[in-house]
Design a protein around this ligand. Structure first.
Ligand code: ZN
Length: 294
């Protein structure tokens, strides 16, 4: 199924299931069911089974509301943690002048950076002048996981979505590590939907692209990743517990703005689209503001 989080009429967050351009509240599909994604994540297996049974073909298109009528949120609006993988595509490693990491290179983005589809990516021009895009396949964990073997790793996944690992390069390169440059507010757009593994199929062979104002600037397949989704999950779970709602951003292909000649960094009004086969398109607009008076 395709799970969405959206702003309900009363203003609260609501979990829905989408089919085509329509959706239905999870509580309408399953009476007494999960009102939010956090409710679902408290008992992933029970609610996922119930929603999959209830969402029989045609029901959502018949009974649902147009997706265009609601404001979408990130599928997981506030993850417990966001684990990001660096230098996981050959072309990106080459453009960075780096070497492939001997094990998955892990860094973090703070959960407060998450925004949904259609939200603005905002920054203060006094804080950063080198904002960049990174199209990434994001994995959402559905089951608590510790010491998972490669071959069992996909069993702990709830689903997949598009993620833009927006990066302030000047801050990233000035600091010895990357967390500040990767964690500015609004620098982690996610969505539009969380597509479960049974619906998506193999996560390790998907077309992935990033477009800025319609121009394709990144284009690859997830099969180009050095470390597969299985290997990344297994590697992480040997170091720390993966919890329901955690997000893993699996790395970005070549073609990021900072390493282009000339560089193609983001500016006010730029529209950035992350498009991944089977997962739809995540579209966000950049808005800058001049230095704030202090
Ligand atoms: Zn990244």
């Amino acid at each position: 199924v395709r799970l969405i989080s959206y702003r309900a009429a009363g203003g609260g967050e609501q979990l829905g299931v989408a089919e085509g351009d329509r959706a239905l509240a999870a509580t309408a599909l399953v009476p007494g069911g999960p009102a939010t994604i956090d409710d679902l994540l408290r008992d992933t297996d029970r609610w996922l089974d119930a929603l999959q049974l209830a969402a029989r073909p045609g029901r959502i298109t018949g009974e649902g509301f147009p997706l265009a009528d609601v404001g979408l949120l990130a599928p997981v609006p506030r993850p417990g943690k966001i684990i990001a993988i660096g230098r996981n595509y050959a072309d990106h490693v080459t453009e960075d002048g780096a070497v492939p990491p001997p094990t998955p290179l892990i860094f973090a983005k703070f959960p407060s950076s998450v925004v949904g589809p259609g939200a603005d990516i905002r920054w203060d021009r006094a804080m950063t002048s080198q904002v960049d895009y990174e199209a990434e396949l994001a994995v959402v964990i559905g089951r608590r996981a510790r010491d998972v073997r490669d071959q069992d790793a996909l069993d702990v996944v709830l689903g997949y979505t598009c993620l833009n690992d927006v990066s302030a390069r000047d801050l990233q390169f000035a600091d010895v590590q990357w967390v500040r440059g990767k964690s500015l507010d609004t620098f982690c757009p996610m969505g539009p939907a969380l597509v479960t593994g049974d619906e998506l199929g193999d996560p390790d062979d998907l077309d992935i692209a990033c477009l800025v104002n319609g121009e394709v600037l990144q284009h690859d397949r997830t099969s180009s990743m050095f470390y597969s989704v299985r290997q990344i999950i297994s590697h992480c779970s040997r170091a720390f517990t993966l919890e329901p709602g955690d997000v893993i951003a699996t790395g970005t292909p070549g073609g990021v703005g900072i390493f282009r000649d000339p560089p193609r960094l983001l500016g006010d009004g730029d529209v950035v689209t992350v498009a991944i086969e089977g997962l739809g398109e995540l579209v966000n607009t950049c808005r800058t503001r001049p230095a704030m008076e202090v």
